[in-house]
Ligand binder design. Structure first.
Ligand code: ADP
Ligand code: MG
Length: 582
C-alpha cells in the first residue's frame, strides 16, 4: 500500500526528484534517470543500469564508484523508453564506451537495445550484457531466457568495479558476462505488492502458503506450496542454486534480499540458516549481504542469490563500492572523487532538453486529410481503452506485472497529444511518426515499444501521397504488423498482441482485395482481431513477462491482444463515422 503520494501518475518523477535532493552530493538528476554527480574520469567505461522503478535501491541507488555511472529509471515496473536511455547514456559517457547491463525483460531489451544501436550509429562503443539469474524462470538448458532478479547486483558491482579500476570496454563486458554466467537467484513470495494509487495488491497468496519463484515486478511465484519454517525455507531457496554450482567451486558471494516488507530481523533469522546450510555443503561464504537490494514496492518475499566465485570475480566482488543504496569496503580516495562538496545544483539538469523538431515537411492535401482521420481514430482508441483500463490491468496481473492498462493509457494520451500537430498542417506520415515516438517515450514497457514502432511504420508506409486507396491502408497495416514481429521477435501463437494483429491484418487485406469499402473491411478485421484475442486464452505464453508463469495464464486472454482488438474496434467505428480515404 502506498500512502504517500501527490498525483499517482507523478509518483516516479516525484520520488526521483526527492531521491536526488536527498543524495545531492552523489547523484545528479537527468531527464530519464540519474548519473553520478561527479563525471567519470575521461576514457573510463560508463556502466549503465536501469529498468522500471519500484525496486529501490535498484536502480538509482546503485549509482556511484564501484557501481554504475548512471541509472535509467522508467515508470513503476515499466521499462524506460529508448529516449530516456539515450539521454542518461549521453550524460554519463566519458569516451571509454558504454555498457548497458540489466535484467532480461522484453521491454527493457527492446528499448535499451534500440538505444545501444543509436549510440553505435553516433560512434559510441555501446555494448549490452543481459542478466539472467532467476533459476525459477526457465530451466538450465534455456538459461538465456531466464529473467533478472536480485542477482543483478552481483553483475552491477563486478562491472562497476572493473570500470572503476580502468578496465577497457572489452574487459568490462567480458567480466559482466562472466559474472552473470555464475550468478543464480531463487525467491519466494508471501504477499503481492500494491501499485501507487491502487487499492488492492497485484496478487494474493492464501494464508499458510508461499509462492515459489517470484518475479520482481509483482509477478506471483510459479508454484504455491505450504509455508515452511526458516530452516526448511533456507534449504528450499538454496538447493536449486547448489544444483547449478560450477564444478569444483567452493567459494560464493551470497545475497539474501528482502522484497519490501519482510522485516530485517526475519531476514537475519533466515540468513543464519542459509549460511549454515551452505557451509554444511562445503561452501565458504565471501562478504555476504543481507538486506533490501532489489525490492518490489511493498511485496512480502525474499530471494537468495549466489555468485559462484573464481579469483577474478572474487577480487571484483571484494572491491569497494559507494552508492546511496550500497556501500562496501573503504572507498576513501575513490569515493571522494565522486562527491560534490560545493553544494552546487547538479550540473546536468539543463542538458537534457528534448531535441527540437524540424519544421513539418510538406504534406499533400490528401495526407493532411488522412491525418485528421488518424487523430480521430487515436482519440476514440484512447476512450475505448480508457473504459477497459482496470480489466487490462487485471489480465496482465494474472501472469505479468499488472501495468498493461495504465501503460496503454499513458501511450494513447501521449499519442493523442502529439496528434494535435495536425493543426500545424502536418500530414499522416509525420503525425503517425510523432504519435509513435510519443507513445513509446511516454509509456515505456514492451507494449509501448511495439505500439510506438507500429505507428511509426504505419506512417512510413502511408507516406505523403496525392491519394490513398484502401489497398494502401491494408499494405501499411501489413508493414506495421511485420515491424512488430521484427522488433519483438514473436510469432503467431506465442500469445502476444500479434495473435490479434495478425488476423486483423489478414482479414483487412482479404476484404480490401475483394473490393470491399474500407470502413466495412475494417469492421470485419476488428471482429477477426477479437476472435484472435479470444483464442489466446487457450495459448501458453512463450515470450515476454508472462512466460515464466505460462501455466497460470492459460484460460485468460493475453492483455496485449485484448487491448489490440479494443483499439481495432474503436478504429473501425471511427472509420465508419466518416473517412478521408478514397
Ligand atoms: P510489459 O510486459 O513490459 O509490462 P505491457 O504489460 O504493457 O508490457 O504489455 C504486455 C503485452 O505486450 C503482452 O500481453 C503481449 O501482448 C505484448 N508482448 C510482450 N512481449 C511481446 C513480444 N515479444 N512481441 C509482441 N508482443 C509482445
Ligand atoms: Mg505489463
Amino acid at each position: 500500500m502506498t500512502r504517500i503520494f501527490s498525483d499517482p501518475d507523478a509518483f516516479v518523477a516525484d520520488a526521483l526528484r526527492g531521491f536526488a535532493a536527498a543524495h545531492r552530493e552523489e547523484v545528479a538528476l537527468v531527464d530519464g534517470g540519474v548519473v553520478r554527480a561527479q563525471p567519470l574520469e575521461p576514457g573510463r567505461v560508463a556502466v549503465l543500469i536501469g529498468g522500471g522503478s519500484g525496486h529501490y535501491p535498484a536502480f538509482a541507488g546503485f549509482v556511484g564508484p564501484g557501481l554504475a555511472a548512471g541509472a535509467v529509471c522508467g515508470n513503476i515496473f515499466t521499462s524506460p523508453s529508448t529516449a530516456q536511455a539515450l539521454r542518461v547514456a549521453r550524460a554519463a559517457d566519458a569516451g571509454g564506451g558504454v555498457l548497458f547491463t540489466y535484467g532480461r525483460y522484453a521491454g527493457d531489451v527492446i528499448h535499451f537495445g534500440e538505444a545501444e544501436r543509436r549510440l553505435r550509429a553516433d560512434g559510441v562503443d555501446a555494448r549490452t550484457v543481459l542478466i539472467t539469474d532467476d533459476v525459477a524462470s526457465a530451466p538450465l538448458d534455456a538459461r538465456d531466457e531466464r529473467r533478472g532478479i536480485a542477482g543483478i547486483l552481483c553483475v552491477f558491482h563486478v562491472a562497476g568495479a572493473a570500470a572503476e579500476r580502468g578496465d577497457s570496454i572489452d574487459e568490462v563486458e567480458r567480466l559482466a558476462a562472466h559474472a552473470n554466467s555464475r550468478t543464480r537467484s531463487h525467491g519466494v513470495a508471501f504477499a503481492g505488492c500494491t501499485l501507487p494509487g491502487a487499492d488492492h495488491p497485484l496478487f494474493e497468496v492464501p494464508d499458510g502458503v508461499m509462492s515459489i519463484g517470484l518475479g520482481i515486478h509483482g509477478e506471483p511465484g510459479v508454484r504455491d506450496v505450504p509455508l515452511q519454517t526458516a530452516p526448511d525455507l533456507a534449504v528450499t531457496l538454496a538447493e536449486p542454486l547448489l544444483a547449478e554450482r560450477p564444478e569444483g567451486c567452493t567459494r560464493a558471494a551470497v545475497i539474501l534480499n528482502g522484497l519490501g516488507s519482510v522485516k530485517y530481523e526475519e531476514l537475519f533469522v533466515l540468513f543464519g540458516f542459509v549460511a549454515e546450510h551452505l557451509e554444511s555443503r562445503g561452501i565458504e561464504i565471501v562478504e555476504p549481504e543481507c538486506g533490501e537490494f532489489v525490492t518490489s514496492l511493498d511485496m512480502a518475499g525474499v530471494s537468495l542469490t549466489v555468485l559462484w566465485l573464481d579469483d577474478e570475480l572474487e577480487e571484483l566482488w571484494r572491491a569497494p563500492a559507494s552508492a546511496p543504496g550500497f556501500r562496501k569496503g573503504s572507498v576513501a580516495g575513490t569515493a571522494s572523487r565522486g562527491l560534490r562538496r560545493d553544494g552546487a545544483t547538479p550540473r546536468r539538469n539543463a542538458e537534457a532538453a528534448p531535441a527540437t523538431r524540424v519544421a513539418a515537411s510538406v504534406a499533400t492535401e490528401a495526407s493532411r486529410r488522412a491525418a485528421l482521420t488518424v487523430r480521430r481514430m487515436l482519440q476514440q482508441a484512447r476512450d475505448a481503452v480508457g473504459a477497459q483500463v482496470e480489466h487490462l490491468g487485471e489480465l496482465d496481473a494474472v501472469a505479468g506485472d499488472g501495468d498493461h492498462g495504465i501503460g496503454m493509457m499513458r501511450g494513447l494520451h501521449a499519442a493523442v497529444d502529439a496528434s494535435g500537430a495536425v493543426d500545424e498542417g502536418i500530414g499522416v506520415r509525420e503525425l503517425l511518426e510523432r504519435a509513435g515516438d510519443a507513445w513509446s517515450e511516454t509509456a515505456g514497457g514492451t507494449s509501448g515499444a511495439l505500439w510506438g514502432a507500429a505507428l511509426a511504420e504505419l506512417g512510413l508506409a502511408l507516406g505523403d501521397r496525392d491519394r490513398y486507396t484502401s489497398a494502401d491502408v491494408a499494405a501499411a497495416v501489413a508493414a506495421a504488423c511485420r515491424r512488430v514481429g521484427e522488433v519483438g521477435g514473436a510469432k503467431l501463437g506465442d500469445k502476444t498482441m500479434l495473435d490479434a494483429m495478425g488476423p486483423f491484418q489478414e482479414a483487412l487485406t482479404a476484404r480490401v482485395t475483394a473490393g470491399e469499402e474500407l470502413a466495412a473491411a475494417l469492421a470485419v478485421a476488428a471482429s477477426a482481431a477479437r476472435e484472435g484475442a479470444d483464442a489466446t486464452s487457450a495459448m501458453t505464453p512463450r515470450l515476454g513477462r508472462a512466460r515464466p508463469l505460462a501455466e497460470r495464464s492459460v484460460g485468460h486472454p493475453d492483455p496485449g491482444a485484448t487491448s489490440f482488438w479494443v483499439i481495432a474496434d474503436a478504429v473501425a467505428h471511427a472509420a465508419d463515422a466518416g473517412t478521408e480515404v478514397e
